[in-house]
Write a protein of this length. Structure first.
Ligand code: ACO
Ligand code: ZN
Length: 217
């Protein structure tokens, strides 16, 4: 009895096409040995990375029936920082981001959405002074799906969202929406930021769909 048996059960029926693992969310070809090895590696690392055992002094900034949001600040105990780094690494891997050093690491605020014993959502916010509005139509270049056209007129902004991510199996349950609501409420003491005062940096197609919807409702 071991992790492997569990894994076979979790991965569900094997097809010749692609399978999505019901635990880690990775989509892979079960019939391809190379893919299976890659999946095994991702599976263990991912589940270990998002595991959350609870901290003695955690800063709970919002609570819901299906989870809570914990805020981690730069001078928090090393176990909290380590968890944030682990989650950020997984997120960056999934998004294909190169490690981007935050502009002011001592001012970064990380919000983790915790469901039972896992981190299922993460939002990294930092203070900014200005942002460039994304114009509605994406650029014509097809290969470059991230190249949205941006206005070249800077507009004042307060809070930059450098990462927002929700565990694949937990998407479309308003977790991202609740993370952004919480940031607007907690980022600056005593005020609720308007959607004009927050900006999403370098949004992915998913991120843009979410941000467009969020800012219009
Ligand atoms: N396609 C279309 N509409 C979407 C999508 C999508 N993929 N995602 C969200 N929306 C819209 C919907 O209208 C949704 O409301 P509905 O479900 O009632 O229709 C609304 O936004 C709110 O969505 P949430 O449920 O709050 O969003 P979710 O928790 O699923 O998280 C997120 C959205 C964070 C973009 C998630 O899809 C994700 O993690 N994607 C991969 C990582 C990523 O690309 N992150 C953005 C990077 S950009 C950056 O970090 C600045
Ligand atoms: Zn898996």
């Amino acid at each position: 009895k071991g992790g492997k048996d569990q894994l076979v059960i979790d991965a569900g029926q094997k097809h010749f096409g692609t399978t999505m693992c019901k635990s880690c969310g990775m989509i892979y070809t079960a019939s391809n040995p190379e893919d299976e090895i890659q999946h095994l590696q991702h599976h263990h690392r991912f589940l270990e990375g998002i595991k959350y055992v609870g901290w003695k002094r955690e800063r709970v900034v919002a609570e819901f029936w299906d989870g809570k949001i914990v805020l981690v600040l730069p001078r928090d105990p090393s176990y909290a920082i380590k968890k944030v780094e682990d989650v950020q690494e997984l997120v960056d891997l999934e998004l294909g981001f190169q490690q981007i050093v935050p502009m002011c690491p001592d001012k970064t605020k990380t919000f983790l959405f915790i469901d039972e014993k896992r981190v299922v959502g993460c939002l990294i916010a930092e203070p900014i002074k200005q942002a460039f509005r994304v114009l509605s139509e994406p650029s014509a270049t097809k290969e470059c799906s991230r190249a949205w056209r941006c206005s070249d007129v800077p507009e004042p902004a307060i809070c930059g969202i450098s990462r927002i991510w929700v565990f694949r199996l937990k998407r479309r349950k308003r977790i991202a929406r609740r993370l952004v609501d919480t940031v607007r409420n907690c980022f600056m003491f005593g005020c609720f930021l308007s959607t004009n005062e927050i900006a999403f940096s370098d949004p992915t197609p998913d991120g843009k769909l979410f941000a467009t919807k969020y800012c219009n409702t």
